[in-house]
Design a protein around this ligand. Structure first.
Ligand code: CTP
Ligand code: MG
Length: 171
């Protein structure tokens, strides 16, 4: 069981990193350049920046380089980058959906907020089949394990942020 969790974690690490590092971008250039959609709401909002996209991609490719050094398979660099870009795309699509639902930037949309990067990274990797190419084939078991890990991590980090006084509510 622990081995299965570890394998799923290794496979999805570039996606988790790509999803996590943009948080450190304080103020960047919005991808939608402040533009509004036909419904009068922002296309994506100020929470989706080019800087976030770039730093996320750089970090995911860095994980790929570490994998390459350890496992000596150059396709792991491509795999990690594609997985990371997929994660970032999933996050952008989720923001697009949130804005269409009238949910402002930063306001929560439970479930979609937690799984967007998993759906995006899995979809893109499966479309281009880079997981098979890199001998990192993502299975349904990996996918389900990561969905669990993502929800547990989300609850944990939110609770810590609450205890530290960074958030007003523990969820
Ligand atoms: N971020 C970024 N660029 C991205 C993704 C994230 O700069 N492509 C940064 C933003 O500062 C963002 C933070 O990471 O506020 C947290 O990301 P996320 O929770 O996805 O954005 P939200 O601000 O919650 O906005 P949304 O409601 O659109 O999800
Ligand atoms: Mg958010």
């Amino acid at each position: 069981m622990l081995k299965l969790i570890f394998i799923a974690f290794i496979k999805y690490l570039p996606a988790m990193i790509a999803n996590g590092v943009p948080v450190f971008i304080r103020k960047g250039t919005p991808i939608d350049r402040g533009k509004k959609f036909i419904d009068g709401r922002r296309v994506l909002g100020d929470g989706k920046t080019w800087e976030g996209l770039i730093i996320g991609s750089i970090f995911s490719i860095s994980i790929g380089m570490v994998y390459y050094i350890i496992l000596e398979n150059k396709y792991l660099i491509l795999y990690s980058l594609v997985l990371g870009i997929g994660a970032l795309l999933g996050d952008i699509i989720a923001s697009f959906i949130k804005r269409r639902l009238g949910i402002p930037r930063g306001a929560p949309l439970p479930v979609l907020d937690q799984v967007n990067f998993i759906l995006g990274s899995t979809a893109v990797v499966k479309i281009f089949r880079v997981d098979e190419l890199a001998f990192m084939t993502i299975t349904l078991v990996d996918f389900i394990i990561i969905l669990f890990i993502a929800s547990i991590l989300h609850v944990t980090t939110n609770y810590i942020a609450f205890k530290l006084g960074l958030k007003n509510v523990p969820w």
